[in-house]
Design a protein around this ligand. Structure first.
Ligand code: HEM
Length: 459
């Protein structure tokens, strides 16, 4: 199925059927529409929408939003030029993180920014990050004491931020700052989600402890980025990394890009880069604890591939089961669970009418856990990603990094570090949850366990 623009038909072209109006999803109540359901249980709500149609209308208060529910149409949406990045999620991110970064830009500025950052994420650039990824993965296992409780939230944030910062914004100074960054980002993301789902405007300006903590973390995040940029400039060094690419970037007129854009670009890359990876590491730890048979299989695989030596970046490609464990964890427990677009023109999606300016929403969580796309869809089954079986998965039913011009630039970078971390920790430990641990799903800008506490036990 493709996305067709709604254009007037001419005498020469056969008349296409007029696009249909998407049905209104059931369960709307006066005043709030579907809003209460969405706030109360967003994952169940989004997962139930396909029952109502491929494209359905939602009422969120007075506003109409369109939800896309099939893999095919989410792919068509992401690939169509008729939709851009915009809508409440992005407006709220822009307000807090800056308007000039790649994640929120559109049109020519976005294309130019992608050209600047892309080389740092290309497949052939990833091996250069191998030593840092190895160092950080093994540092985790060395820090963990056998039998002692691990706070998986802070540990996952720490390693994700350290890898992104040390690889992409190279410099010794990052070792100390990565700690600050991870604490700031955790606070900022918590507050941002609250502000998005409960938009109480002026209340967030009151001098309450939670608001003060949020403002302090946000200010420190921006300060940190300024410090990193200023120090790199003062050092006179130009290592071959993302920060150098940003500092040397030119705009469409060939002039250096402005200070604000450099700043916003660093923020726009560090923030999605740490929250998504950290959440995925938390789920990987949860999965290893919940499925000891797969933890054991990963350990055996690592041992046979490395011959008992410490696992390194060069082993990652050969770790087939380990990679499949990562992919299956990302399928069932995706960090990115909701994405939005805005229609730039009157258009249609799968034969359904979408008016210009409409907000469209879809959930990778709902798509990736749909029984129409996956056999035994709620089972954790890494072998479904073996080549002979993965052929059965419908197109776009597993696109955790999305597709099209907004596709995550960091797919190779992320997969390499996630597999390496999974291999390094499983080679040394098996995991069990301890009392007080809460692995239920916490819905925020990303999905992650509420408060995962594990004990690492040597094999
Ligand atoms: C498990 C890890 C990750 C997942 C699942 C993930 C997922 C995604 C997805 C789905 C998008 C597209 C959003 C949309 O279509 O609206 C995206 C965009 C983006 N991601 Fe990631 N991401 C991950 C890690 C990272 C990392 C490590 C970085 C950087 C270090 C990063 C940087 C970005 C940026 C800059 C964009 C915006 C791209 C654009 O708009 O052109 N991501 N990510």
């Amino acid at each position: 199925m493709t996305v067709e623009s709604v254009k007037p038909t001419t005498d020469e072209t056969p008349e296409a059927p007029a696009p249909r109006e998407p049905v209104l999803a059931g369960g709307a109540v006066p005043l709030f529409g579907h809003g209460l359901k969405l706030v109360r249980d967003p994952l169940a709500f989004m997962s139930g929408l396909r029952e109502h149609g491929e494209v359905v209308r939602l009422k969120l208060g007075p506003k109409t939003v369109y939800a896309v529910t099939t893999p095919e149409l989410t792919g068509a949406l992401a690939l169509s030029p008729d939709f851009k990045i915009d809508g409440p999620l992005w407006e709220s991110l822009e307000g807090l993180l800056g308007k000039e970064g790649v994640a929120t830009a559109n049109g020519p500025r976005h294309r130019r920014q992608r050209r600047t950052i892309q080389p740092a994420f290309r497949l052939d650039a990833i091996p250069a990050y191998g030593p840092v990824m190895e160092e950080e993965a093994h540092a985790l296992t060395e820090r963990w004491q056998p039998g002692r409780t691990i706070d998986c939230t802070s540990e996952s944030f720490r390693v994700a931020v350290r890898i992104a910062a040390r690889c992409l914004l190279r410099g010794d100074y990052m070792d100390e700052r990565a700690e600050r960054l991870s604490v700031d980002l955790a606070t900022v993301f918590r507050g941002m989600y609250r502000r998005m789902v409960i938009p109480l405007g002026p209340l967030y300006r009151l001098p309450l402890p939670a608001n003060r903590e949020f403002n302090r973390a946000l200010a420190d995040l921006h300060l940190l980025v300024d410090e990193i940029v200023a120090e790199r400039r003062a050092s006179g060094q130009k290592p071959d990394d993302l920060l150098t690419a940003l500092l040397e970037a030119k705009d469409d007129n060939g002039d250096p890009i402005g200070e604000q854009e450099i700043h916003d670009q660093v923020v726009a890359i560090l923030t999605p880069g740490s929250e998504t990876v950290a959440s995925t590491i938390m789920w990987l730890l949860q999965v290893l604890a919940e499925h000891p048979e797969h933890a054991e299989k990963v350990r055996t695989e690592v041992e046979s591939v490395t011959g008992g030596r410490p696992v390194g970046f060069e082993h990652v490609r050969a770790l087939r089961h380990t990679n499949n464990v990562v992919v299956e964890a990302m399928r069932l427990r995706p960090a990115v669970w909701i994405l939005t677009r805005r229609a730039v023109t009157d258009t249609a999606l799968g034969g359904y009418r979408i008016p210009a300016g409409a907000d469209i929403v879809y959930s990778p969580y709902a798509i990736q856990r749909d029984g129409r796309s996956y056999d035994r869809h709620l089972d954790f089954d890494p072998d479904r990603w073996l080549p002979e079986r993965s052929k059965e998965v419908p197109k776009h039913a597993m696109s955790p990094f999305s597709v099209g011009n907004r596709k995550c630039p960091s797919d190779h970078f992320s997969m390499a570090q996630l597999s390496l971390i999974t291999a390094a920790i499983s080679a040394k430990y098996r995991f069990e949850q301890v009392s007080g641990s809460d692995d239920s799903t916490r819905v925020g800008i990303t999905l992650r366990p509420h408060d995962l506490l594990l004990r690492a036990m040597p094999w």
